[in-house]
Design a protein around this ligand. Sequence first.
Ligand SMILES: Cc1cc2nc3c(=O)[nH]c(=O)nc-3n(C[C@H](O)[C@H](O)[C@H](O)COP(=O)(O)OP(=O)(O)OC[C@H]3O[C@@H](n4cnc5c(N)ncnc54)[C@H](O)[C@@H]3O)c2cc1C
Length: 394
Amino acid sequence: MEFSMSDEQRMIADTAREIAEDFPPEYWREKEEKQEFAEEFWRAISDAGFVGIIIPEEYGGAGMGMIELLIAMEELAANGCGMAGVWYLVLTEVFGALSIVKHGTEKQKEKYLPKIAKGKLEFCMALTEPDAGTNTLNIKTTAKKDGDEWVINGNKIFISGADRAGGMLIVARTTPKEKAPRRTYGISLFLVELPNPAIRINPIPKHGINYSKTCEVSFNDLRLPEDSLIPPQDEGWYLILDILNPERMSFTTAAIGISKLAINKAIEYSKHRRVFVDPIGSYQALQFPLAESYAMLEAAKLMNFKAAWLFDNNVNYREVGSFANMAKVVAVEAGIKAVYWAMQIFGGYGYTKEYDVERWWREINLIRLAPVTQQMALAYIGEHILGMPKSYRV
Ligand SMILES: Cc1cc2nc3c(=O)[nH]c(=O)nc-3n(C[C@H](O)[C@H](O)[C@H](O)COP(=O)(O)OP(=O)(O)OC[C@H]3O[C@@H](n4cnc5c(N)ncnc54)[C@H](O)[C@@H]3O)c2cc1C
């Protein structure tokens, strides 16, 4: 067992902290209010090599793993960027780069990875559908072969970054559910360059994280060349797990980073704010919830790094999923509590935009719902770790 960071990992953490200093909470307050993509931040993390952390060196990346990516994400988030420190990296590096690194063909790697590593190509993933929701295997988007082309039709919802991405990972059915020999058979993954006239994209107004748009997407006879499929055809379900588990780990890191940021700001404030005789930070009523959630966040962090270690060492997806789900459940419960109490410490000021904690409250609440809901993560633990009967019918 090894708990210390390597020199390289420490350097990543230091660099991330330095970048975060240049993009403090006020920067994100303004970006959110203006609903603007953070171009300067994107450039800074690209120049630092963060967008290419998991891309092999031969394609212009750093050739590292999920552990290093999570280190960068946490330091960015916890030192001022909040959710933004994770969000942009998830969309492009996890949805785009990781799916191609893990399962793309040589031609797909050469086409996409060098551009992603340089920060010249943003990505998004079109998985969720209005009528399928959490039940991914129920997706209705189809990809049918017509000569040597694929023709894709269907509707997606909540696709983050689709408004500006140059690449999209599409999850579609290549064999209808009724004809599939197994429940997980018949799903395939495709890569497409954007914009494309056969893809309609409409941003959906949302509660938070407005420095990035989340969109409805529809495919209307989208024609793609044969080699846009990430092989093997019909077995995409197992490929998606290699994306969804790292996505889960990244959002757990977001919960940890946002919470630490909010806790630290609240502690700073609580040391100076006096209402009665002593600073409010001396009251146990305010200290204990922060202390308890902090301890839980550290526990979640250990489980999350274990998930990342298992992933980086190619241990099977079930083991990775077990730790990724447990870490996510704990980090979100602890994070909601942490940010709730941070906001409480600011009293009425916490309700104003000026103190930023209201933004982190909106950000942390997303992680209850996405990338997987708390209920579905618990169902995974009940079924796959505890061996209890499946709690829902499919
Ligand atoms: C801001 C935002 C950004 C997103 N970005 C992306 C993206 O980039 N790409 C993408 O593909 N998707 C994205 N998503 C989609 C996200 O992953 C889904 O919203 C999420 O998986 C939940 O699906 P749903 O909203 O359809 O909820 P539903 O599946 O309809 O669930 C509704 C409720 O029912 C509960 N429920 C459902 N089934 C069960 C069960 N068996 N047992 C107990 N409870 C159950 C759920 O826990 C939840 O509370 C995004 C969503 C949001 C809000």
